[in-house]
Ligand binder design. Structure first.
Ligand SMILES: Cc1ncc(COP(=O)(O)O)c(C=O)c1O
Length: 360
């Protein structure tokens, strides 16, 4: 049985059914070669076009200029928490912390050198986003790091951070490809693929050429962006299957009209759910302040933890899966990435209404 349910998982997350079907159709014999894409050398003539398609796909969708490299690495976004400071933290680095993932990035960076947390919303519960003029960068910062969408807390930057001359590094794991961004504002963007780009096991890194020149000599090879870029992400065996799926997701996104079209649909989906929260007379309480609300991860609470448990269990029984909030914050989290359909947002809202009627 191939029934698909509404999958609200925060990651690994829903992939487009069309992508999975294409992968299934090509599984035994990729392009008629009599082998699957997983069974051929990453240096073969079969795989080269796959890597090229994935790179080209990301480049076209995000309008990435020629002076940026597109890499597909391993180790997850978490390895980037270490790789970024290991390569670029020389004097000091500024970190803007608006949620749990930003906090983890700081923890790793502190092992490499001096970190200035120039803004943290921790004390107010990671509900808000700073206005651009609230950010004062340190004169000696090698870079400023932030997370554009905090997956656990459900708060999202509504602008591309301007480093005012300081290289900007961004963890865009949970909102990359969900809307157009101004790539030229960034020196380096990274994202674990398992939300909006493909399966887990691939990390997308978009890095500006001039940053590559700052990689220290004698850096460990697998942590060396310059070496990884020089070898086109193939310093060792890359996640070939994952990169193949990334190429299919990019193709799917282009067919859907690209990231501008996605942004519209993502706004619509999130609005459907936030409106239901706002109209519930306080039964559902959104975690994020309104202006900071994430379009990707809608986080909210119910009147009690017992009701939250019941909500998650009953929702799953109704074909709405993955709604349990992250273990560190509890509550409910509805992740509605690119591949998540509008009908699923309506189905959740219908369920929410019904749940309130029975328990409100
Ligand atoms: C914003 C953000 N950064 C980093 C990570 C860590 O990603 P990974 O598990 O790929 O290391 C996640 C995972 O969910 C995330 O949402």
């Amino acid at each position: 049985m191939n029934r698909r349910i509404y999958n609200f998982s925060a990651g690994p997350a829903i992939l487009p059914a069309e992508v999975l079907e294409k992968a299934q159709a090509e599984l035994l014999s990729f392009g008629g070669i009599g082998m699957s894409v997983m069974e051929v050398s990453h240096r073969s003539k079969y795989f080269a076009p796959v890597l090229e398609a994935a790179e080209k796909g990301v480049r076209e969708l995000l309008n990435v200029p020629e002076n940026y490299r597109i890499l597909f690495l391993q180790g997850g976004a978490s390895l980037q928490f270490s790789m970024v400071p290991l390569n670029f933290l020389k004097t000091a680095a500024d970190y803007v912390v608006t949620g749990a993932w930003g906090e983890k990035a700081v923890k790793e960076a502190k092992k490499c050198g001096r970190v200035n947390v120039i803004l943290s919303t921790k004390d107010s519960g990671y509900k808000s986003m700073p206005a651009p003029d609230e950010l004062n960068f340190s004169a000696d910062a090698d870079y400023v790091h932030y997370c554009s969408n905090e997956t656990i807390d459900g708060v999202e930057f509504k602008y591309d951070l301007d480093g005012k001359g300081i290289p900007v590094v961004c963890d865009a794991s949970s909102n990359i490809l969900s809307k157009p961004i101004d790539i030229e504002k960034y020196a380096l963007i990274y994202a674990g693929a398992q939300k909006n780009i493909g399966p887990s096991g691939v990390t997308l890194v978009i890095v500006r050429d001039d940053l590559l020149e700052k990689v220290p000599e004698n850096q460990f090879s697998m942590l060396d962006y310059r070496a990884l870029a020089a070898q086109d992400s193939m310093l060792n065996t890359p996640n070939t299957w994952g990169i193949y799926l990334v190429s299919l997701v990019c193709e799917w996104l282009k067919e859907k009209g690209g990231v501008a079209a996605m942004a519209k649909i993502n706004e619509e989906k999130a609005k459907i759910i936030y409106d239901a929260i706002d109209r519930s007379d306080g039964f559902y309480r959104g975690h994020a302040d309104q202006p900071a609300r994430s379009l990707m991860n809608v986080t909210f609470r119910l009147p009690s933890e017992e009701l939250e448990k019941q909500f998650v269990t009953e929702a799953a029984a109704s074909g709405l899966d993955g709604l349990k909030g992250h273990r560190s914050v509890g509550g409910i989290r509805a992740s509605v990435y690119n591949a998540f359909p509008v009908e699923g947002a309506h189905a959740l809202v219908d369920f929410m209404r019904d749940f309130t009627q029975r328990n409100g």
